[in-house]
Design a binder for this molecule. Structure first.
Ligand code: GLA
Length: 382
């Protein structure tokens, strides 16, 4: 955990509000495999990481709440008794959304002061938004003794995103961020929310994230549009999600789908099986099998589900042609953000140099690298 970040947020809070805050850390996440399967009630294979959001909070004892986003030095004031989504809001809407969802329950909230900052880049596909939502719901739960379970809290975070941000996201990000366990990956069944855990032992390999440093603007509308395509395909079979649809079932409605809709639904069914295979591979320490599955997943995301982009494809293609990497794919919602790579430990530096040079040449842009450790989920820091 980033002790310097914690100290900065805490001292800034004391300086600004003259009171001792409650401190919360909420992590971002990676996902080994299982992309765009969560909102289809399918399987995902995520883990929380040691980068995330640090939040400091206390009661305000006044008619207003003040929130400060430290990294951009933005200040936002409002009353919890009168909230609505901001038209051009960004982080503000994640927080207001959480408040609104809490208020839909019978629990009572008062005004509060909050300062937050983080060390996950926004828009990199590492779920800075879920980390922020979870940090806020968790902090409010502690501060006002609301008595929510972790499971209730992740649904509050998810609905905040649906209703205040407008992204109809699945439950993977909020789950991984809230329930993370050091060194551990979760095979999560997004229908039952049951998870099997496994320690990730990559032997001579490790995980390397490469950020394209781009986020194409169609990401949010395309996300919701993909979700609709999947729901419609399931509906044609009278089923509630693609999770329940078999390859044969899909075949039987092929005529009623466009080729592109068919490929998207097919991708989801195939990706679900890849997640289950990946879980077995990790259990058996079969790292090269895991790597193959990552490449196959990217291929599906690029060519069937069509949520990749030139920059992501370039990074994955480069990785595929390098003998340092045995598996790589785009991670998260797509249209930018990071790739996740399984890379030989002793070849990292050489690989980074080579790929950075080529990326710069091709896109006239820098790519960034993150090494992450798998961490515990959302928790109190004091
Ligand atoms: C985003 C969403 C998740 C999930 C991924 C794609 O991160 O928030 O719910 O759908 O995209 O797998």
């Amino acid at each position: 955990m980033n002790q310097q970040l914690i100290n900065t947020v805490k001292s800034e809070f004391i300086k600004t509000f003259n009171s001792n805050p409650l401190m919360v850390f909420s992590p971002g996440r990676i996902n080994l495999i299982g992309e765009h399967t969560d909102y289809n009630n399918g399987f995902v294979f995520p883990a929380a990481i040691d980068k995330g959001i640090v939040a400091a909070i206390s009661k305000s004892n006044s008619e207003k709440s003040t929130i400060i986003a430290l990294s951009t030095n933005e200040r936002f004031e409002f009353s919890v008794n009168n909230i609505a989504p901001l038209e051009n809001g960004s982080w503000q809407n994640y927080i207001l959304g959480v408040i609104s969802e809490i208020q839909k329950t019978e629990k009572q909230l008062d005004n509060f002061n909050l300062i937050f900052s983080g060390d996950i880049p926004i828009g990199a596909g590492l779920s800075s938004s879920a980390a922020l939502e979870n940090s806020v719901v968790f902090a409010l739960n502690e501060l006002f003794s609301l008595g929510f379970t972790k499971k209730e809290m992740i649904f509050i975070s998810q609905k905040a995103e649906h209703n205040y941000v407008g992204v109809k996201c699945g439950i993977m990000d909020q789950y991984a961020s809230m329930f993370g366990k050091k060194g551990t990956v979760f095979l999560l069944d997004c229908e039952s929310l049951e998870a099997k855990t496994v320690i990730l032992n990559l032997q001579d390999y490790c995980l390397l994230l490469i950020n394209t440093n781009v986020k194409h603007s169609l990401a949010e509308s395309a996300y919701n549009e993909r979700r609709k395509v999947c729901e419609n395909a399931a509906l044609k079979l009278g089923l509630s999600s693609l999770r329940e649809v078999s390859l044969n079932g899909l075949q039987s409605i092929k005529e009623s789908l466009s080729e592109s809709e068919y490929q998207k639904a097919l991708y989801v069914i195939q990706e679900n099986s890849r997640v289950l295979e990946a879980f077995e591979a990790v259990k058996q320490n079969d790292i090269s099998k895991l790597g193959e599955l990552l490449f196959a997943s990217h291929n599906g995301l690029q060519n069937q589900y069509k949520v990749s982009c030139e920059e992501l494809d370039f990074l994955v293609e480069f990785a595929k042609n390098s003998n340092a990497v045995i598996g790589a794919r785009m991670m998260g919602g797509g249209f930018g953000g990071c790739t996740i790579n399984i890379i030989k430990r002793n070849q990292i530096e050489e690989f980074k140099k080579a790929i950075a040079k080529q990326y710069k040449q091709r896109f006239n842009n820098k790519c960034s690298f993150y090494k992450v450790n798998l961490s515990n989920g959302t928790s109190l820091l004091n």
